[in-house]
Write a protein that binds this ligand. Structure first.
Ligand code: NAD
Length: 364
């Protein structure tokens, strides 16, 4: 818990956010905003890492614009659009009408070969995204496009720049970790964070923590893997377009948990449609301990994907608002390292968390 202000000194200015992609993560985020708005104190409030962060409560976050391409979401209020197919995130709360109607953005590479049968692309004309962002007073753009939507993610990152908004890249497309994009945001005087959001119960974090613990206790890990299967549209998109990228990024970060070389494989494996928004992650570890005795660990973690992004998203949005308040520009390392799998610089979990706590606690 980082910073708790229960003095009741509200309201702070709203944190005005625009969403790119009204899929499962957006559904969890919107539901979470409603779900947590009723909590004043941590007592009884389950599931958030920080109810108050830097003085901001989740109810200070206001979604002011949203873009998608699916005809079942375009023209609908966000409260309705988040429950439209092919979204399959569970419904936790009835969401009140938000007054924000989902608008049509350009498709670009947003829909892949494997998800073509799931997404019904609207035939309505596209809106001028930068202009809508400006008209809605959005100050932070949250990119929640499918992971294979590289061109579309980059296109929205430039629209965000054009509209004078900070950019949060939850997708694995290299934006915050790309020095060229970081420079463009720095030159425009805007903060940028990414890439590839860390889950609240992250399989990669669990894997790294387990390996570190064993290694600290003198166990020599010889081989380990972590593979998962999921059933949301994102898992299907990953299967087609980002499986290799995800495997490279995850394997690279898991390897940093060990102070020596070992056989490490970490990545996403397959799509199982009936799992819906659920994900099963499998961990396997083999090593040697006292006098060369052998140990083997076989574990499974079962989670629901979209809510797993919610707590981190709420932290990141509020942290980026703090970065805006402090007029920070370019890639903001304390936020990137805390909340993303591929920050511009990879830090240990402990260092990333310490840096983030210090960042939030700093006086502007
Ligand atoms: N726990 C998590 O779910 C988690 C964790 C880390 C990262 N992420 C990342 O978050 C992103 C979103 O995940 P999701 O599960 O919500 O995906 P999703 O497939 O459910 O949602 C993507 C949405 O984007 C829309 N879209 C496609 N092309 C578009 C375009 N050109 N313009 C506007 N909208 C477009 C789709 O119609 C869909 O509504 C992914 O990149 C994923 O890797 C998710």
């Amino acid at each position: 818990m980082i910073c708790e202000d229960e003095s009741g000194a509200y309201p702070l200015p709203k944190v005005k956010v625009a969403l790119i992609g009204v899929g499962n993560c957006a559904s969890a985020l919107i539901q979470g905003l409603q779900y947590y708005s009723r909590f004043e104190k941590n007592d009884g409030c389950v599931g958030l890492r920080n109810l108050i962060l830097g003085g901001y409560h989740p109810r200070d976050i206001q979604v002011v614009a949203a873009f998608d391409v699916d005809s079942r979401k375009i023209g609908k209020d966000l409260a309705e659009a988040i429950f439209a197919s092919p979204n399959c995130a569970p419904k936790f709360v009835d969401v009140s009408t938000t007054g924000v109607v989902v608008q049509k953005g350009p498709v670009l590479d947003g829909v892949g070969e494997y998800t073509r049968h799931l997404v019904q692309v609207s035939s309505l004309p596209e809106v001028d995204v930068a202009q809508v962002l400006q008209a809605s007073d959005a100050e932070i753009v949250v990119n929640l496009l499918p992971s294979g939507a590289v061109k579309a993610s980059e296109w929205y990152a430039s629209q965000s720049l054009k509209a004078g908004c900070a950019f949060i890249n939850a997708t694995p497309t290299f934006i915050a970790s790309n020095p060229e994009w970081a420079r463009r945001y720095e030159d425009t005087g805007l903060p940028l964070v990414g890439d590839d959001l860390v889950d609240q119960i992250g399989a990669t974090t669990i894997h790294k923590t387990l390996l570190q613990l064993l290694s600290r206790h003198g166990v020599r890990i010889t081989e380990t893997y972590q593979l998962d299967v999921g059933g949301g549209a994102e898992s299907l998109d990953t299967l087609e377009r980002t499986r290799n990228l995800k495997r490279a990024v995850k394997t690279e970060t898991v390897k940093t948990a060990l102070p020596y070389e070992a056989e490490v494989v970490a990545g996403s494996t397959d799509y199982v449609d009936f799992l819906q928004n659920r994900r099963d992650s499998f961990f396997w570890v083999r090593g040697l301990y006292f006098c060369g005795a052998s140990v083997q660990i076989d574990m499974r973690l079962s989670t629901v994907d979209a809510p797993n992004a919610g707590s981190t998203l709420l932290d990141v949005i509020r942290a980026v608002k703090i970065a805006l308040d402090r007029k920070l520009k370019g890639a903001v390392l304390p936020i990137c390292a805390y909340a993303f799998k591929r920050p511009p610089q990879l830090l240990s979990l402990e260092l990333a968390e310490k840096m983030f706590e210090e960042f939030i606690a700093q006086k502007s």
